[in-house]
Design a protein around this ligand. Sequence first.
Ligand SMILES: Cc1ncc(C[n+]2csc(CCOP(=O)(O)OP(=O)(O)O)c2C)c(N)n1
Ligand SMILES: [Mg+2]
Length: 580
Amino acid sequence: MADAAVKEKPGTTAAEERELTDGFHLVIDALKLNGVKTIYGVPGIPITDFGRMAQASGLRVLSFRHEQNAGYAASIAGFLTKKPGVCLTVSAPGFLNGLTALAHATTNCFPMIQISGSSEREIVDLQQGDYEEMDQLAIAKPLCKAAFRVLHAADIGIGVARAIRAAVSGRPGGVYLDLPAKLFAQVMDAEAGRKSLVKVIDAAPAQIPAPAAVKRALDVLKSAKRPLIILGKGAAYAQADDAIRALVEKTGIPFLPMSMAKGLLPDTHPQCAGAARSTVLKDSDVVMLIGARLNWLLSHGKGKTWGEAPKKFIQIDIEPKEMDSNVEIVAPVVGDIGSCVQALLDGLGGSWPAAPADWTGAVAKKREENVAKMAPRLMNNNVPMDYHGALGVLRTIVKERPDAILVNEGANTLDLARGIIDVYQPRKRLDVGTWGIMGIGMGYAIAAAVETGKPVLAVEGDSAFGFSGMEIETICRYKLPVCVVIFNNDGIYRGTDVNPAGTDPATTVFVKGSRYDKMIEAFGGVGMNATSPDELKRAVNAAMDSGKPTLINAVIDPAAGSESGRIGNLNPQSKISKKS
Ligand SMILES: Cc1ncc(C[n+]2csc(CCOP(=O)(O)OP(=O)(O)O)c2C)c(N)n1
Ligand SMILES: [Mg+2]
């Protein structure tokens, strides 16, 4: 579909051109005025020229191969920067492709704005069959935090401002901004246009917790015999790293980081209870949640995981509705994480009693036992590789390169990497998040490299990689320092399943012995095949040293994984053993 190129209009003088502006330029000016620097998207009608003009104006416009990956990139850009990541899509199909990522951003509380071109309102509303006809605003609405449509060029400034504020204020989330094709070409007086722009002031205002709520929380915490702090990705998002560390260290309470909160304090910190997870969840008596929700990832705060003993929950969250979502919260502290943690710190005073030594000692003992049990498995040099041998190598590499960003998805590849690879700095581990979604890999890797300038190590199940694999061309095109390691076990969970009917391959297996490394060579990247932990170590170190786009095919024993990784218990079970 060839779009019109940007051309000077015949018959207009330069002076006349200067006095006018249009929808294209107003959207660009509004985004730039509000500090947007990067747009992630896929071009096409009606936003091709918009992308060109945005790029010409100095915005970075990164073109992807599929909108979902551009959307995931925008979502994680939002997480990393506390500013809305912007994803740009074409009408109907492009819009829908991006929408999964927008819903994902909302679920994970990442600020993101999907800006989508859309077809002509008059025709869409009469359902007369326009090019890519769809009532996009109506479809987006239930899947995001807010959705807006702008019909007049004079409203672009306010529309962009509303989108930004909705995305980042309170609990962050995804926002949809619908821009029909006609809007882009609408012309208005340039001076009036400039005046119509809105610079959002204090887009995410601090939300200070009530002193009484802080005191209540501290009283509960003080009464604890076996306290535990759980850090969620909300805590990582807050960028209140020093205050959080001070609170943990001053109280001496063991802490458990959720997956994307790993590294807020190093996993090797003496108070880290990551390797004693089941013990601390079961045996704690007071649990303080900081930016973590009691959803499925924490077994809803009840049941076997949490043990028999009565438990009191303190919860720090910006969203009041989060309180009592699953179990009673005896001390809700509502406010932004930074303000809440600072208020708690201030309230500790100079004589806060250290967490009881019998409890911290028991947790430390359990942790050391578990770490010691794991250690020999991580040092194996088996061929074919198992997950532990391969991850043992990556664990050492991340320890030596703590500023690299680790992107991780898969089932076994995810669950085992989460447990094995220690993280040392905040916001260095990016993964499947609340939904356990496959497909975030390459989009996250691209945005992580672009937004932070740091090297990226993406550890991917072979199935997980397939969801966004074409973006290795994007990685090569923009010459990003991304090393992708594919844990190739010939399939989903395992590569050993057999279809009892003997016809097609089993549903969970792929082509055996695939060489994913060959794919990146097609785009000028470096491909390597690794069959042993030693080979894997050499290959990853070479890639990280070079900073060149690299894809390493790590051959994993097809029999090594388990069904659904660590969450096989969530699979429904058929009670009927055989159906004829
Ligand atoms: C969007 C999406 N589709 C499907 C799934 C179901 N699913 C969970 S893990 C997984 C792939 C696991 O295989 P792989 O990435 O190869 O990891 P392995 O366990 O083999 O190491 C799939 C398809 C999902 N989580 N998200
Ligand atoms: Mg696999």
